[in-house]
Ligand binder design. Structure first.
Ligand code: HXC
Length: 258
């Protein structure tokens, strides 16, 4: 399917999805989020795709939900359309691993979108923020919950209440991003990480993603039980036999997703 506001390329088992509304710093409007949801669905269904990278431009991952689109909406409009809930769910419900490659601004809904991905690799120019308070509103697609879990209450309150931005160094120190790389290397480094993921057994990748995500939804005891059951079940796969045989034979494993 042809898209207007995103660009999708599949290369070496990685789907690279680029947000592409340069005139609006990739502000998230209904069209873009609808297209993103569709692209993620297609990537999940495409056997050639084993990992997904979501990125923006050098200046902006995304500067938030589109303020021009939202400004005249009423409570009833927002409530009845369940504004961006379905689009957010589409990101979170994607089964394959998604890495956010963030350069420049990741603000408001842009920061929330990055946090919906499985991990964030940031360029040294990245700026994260939840500045909705400056518009008389608050985060609306998970920001108050996810940022608080990732960086703790004090920093999350600071971000949501003052609307200040966090630079890449602070974001890494706080646990919001997994690594920071020079801006020029962002896509290469992120594609490299995605390639590494793409080489693994996709059964194990999906299990790892499900298990880690469980940590945010349940108690430690239940989470560990969930992990243990998944771990045990992976012994039913040929990829487990291959992975462990390859180790002992001192060769690269050839996973076949079986
Ligand atoms: C619509 C936006 C936009 C946005 C930028 N633009 N952010 N349009 N919605 N969120 C547009 C500008 O209007 C302008 O277009 C063009 O992008 C370039 O932006 P400038 O402001 O001229 O660039 P600059 O001076 O470099 O400043 C960059 C910036 C600033 C600091 C990122 O644009 C900014 O503060 N943007 C808004 C950030 C924000 O408040 N985000 C939260 C949104 S609410 P024109 O055509 O006018 O020149 C939100 C809620 C999510 O995200 C929860 C519900 C889903």
């Amino acid at each position: 399917m042809a898209f207007e506001t995103i660009i999708v390329e599949v290369e070496d088992h990685v789907a690279l999805i680029k947000l592409n509304r340069p005139d609006a710093l990739n502000a998230l409007n209904s069209e873009l989020l609808g297209e993103l949801a569709q692209a993620l669905k297609e990537a999940d269904a495409n056997d050639k795709v084993r990992c997904i990278v979501l990125t923006g431009s050098e200046k902006a991952f995304a500067a938030g939900a589109d303020i021009k689109e939202m400004s005249e909406k009423t409570f009833v409009d927002m409530f009845l359309s369940n504004f961006f809930a379905g689009e957010g769910d589409a990101v979170v419900n994607t089964r394959k691993p998604i890495i956010a490659a963030v350069s420049g601004y990741a603000l408001g809904g842009g920061c929330e979108l990055a946090m919906m991905c499985d991990f964030i690799i940031a360029s040294d120019t990245a700026k994260f923020g939840q500045p909705e308070i400056n518009l008389g509103v608050i985060a609306g697609i998970g920001g108050t919950q996810r940022l608080t879990r990732f960086v703790g209450k004090s920093k999350s309150m600071d971000m949501h209440l003052t609307g200040r931005f966090m630079d890449a160094e602070e974001a890494e120190r706080s646990g919001l991003v997994s690594r920071v790389v020079p801006a020029k290397k962002l896509i290469d480094e992120t594609m490299g990480a995605a390639q590494k993921i793409a080489e693994k057994s996709i059964i194990a990748s999906l299990a790892a993603k499900e298990a880690v995500n469980r940590a945010y939804e349940t108690t430690m005891t239940e989470g560990i039980l969930f992990e243990r059951r998944l771990f045990h079940s992976l012994f039913a796969t040929e990829d487990q036999k291959e992975g462990m045989a390859a180790f002992q034979e001192k060769r690269e494993a050839q996973f076949r997703d079986k």
